[in-house]
Design a protein around this ligand. Structure first.
Ligand SMILES: [Zn+2]
Ligand SMILES: [Zn+2]
Length: 249
């Protein structure tokens, strides 16, 4: 049995809204949705990157809600999802982390603001940023959705069908080895359990006793149940709770 945990839930209330935008959930709403979806350990985050939608003051407001008198912080934690740079550093940095009183940082690669149109350039960039973060970044505990942006190329029509077989085997091997050496967690998020190469990657995480974490990546309350689906799948694959990432307290 795995203890259902979800460390990647967005309090998307805390972002700059277009005048006609649907207002996203605050941290308390997401926490209660995650509890209803069966998650025992819950981590609330928002993006920390150069996007004009996510200025730093939004994260300060999220932190205020989390540390406010009414918030139930029992087994509920505060993190950010920070974009990684080529050298492996993250957009939040230890200074931002301290200021926001974070429990953890997820380091992710996003292509939305990068203007990368070529799939192989994206794959190389994701590899470079993840491997450098695993080697050099002490501020990051979790690598968010590794190669999780590939599907966007298929969606936009820029590339044929996305599949993990497009990632060079050396990249996957290096990431697994560096994760193992660093003790950082690889996140199970944006999964395609039908993809045989991805499934094999998961089995190598399991067999290599590499630390893993589960993220629903819910931006709306309805999607917090993704953590349950992913956790059950990992149970079926024989993942052990011994290597399930937790906040160090
Ligand atoms: Zn992300
Ligand atoms: Zn996310």
């Amino acid at each position: 049995m795995l203890v259902q945990s979800d460390y990647h839930i967005h309090a998307s209330f805390y972002r700059i809204k277009a005048p006609d935008a649907v207002i996203g959930p605050a941290a308390a709403e997401q926490l209660s949705a995650a509890r209803n979806a069966g998650s025992c350990f819950v981590g609330i985050v928002e993006h920390c990157n150069a996007s004009p939608k996510h200025p730093f003051h939004c994260l300060e407001e999220l932190s205020e809600e989390y540390y406010g008198p009414d918030f139930d912080r029992n087994k509920a934690y505060l993190g950010v999802e920070a974009d990684l740079a080529d050298d492996g550093s993250d957009y939040c940095s230890p200074v931002g982390r301290k200021q926001l009183k974070l429990h953890y940082v997820i380091g992710s690669v996003h292509i939305l603001s990068e203007k990368i149109s070529e799939l192989n350039a994206y794959i190389d960039m994701e590899y470079r940023r993840i491997s450098n973060a695993l080697k050099y970044n002490d501020n990051v505990e979790i690598i968010g959705h590794p190669f999780g942006e590939g599907f966007r190329f298929e969606k936009s029509g820029a590339s044929p069908r996305w599949s993990w077989s497009l990632i060079p085997e050396k990249y996957l091997e290096d990431i697994l080895r560096l994760a193992s050496e660093s003790g950082k967690a690889l996140e199970i998020n944006r999964c395609d359990f039908e993809d045989p190469v991805y499934l094999d990657f998961l089995k190598r995480i399991r067999d290599g006793k590499i630390v893993f974490s589960v993220g629903s990546d819910a931006h709306r309350t309805q999607n917090t149940g993704n953590a349950a689906i992913r956790t059950r799948m990992l149970e079926k694959l024989g993942f052990s709770e011994d290597h399930h990432w937790r906040v160090k307290e």
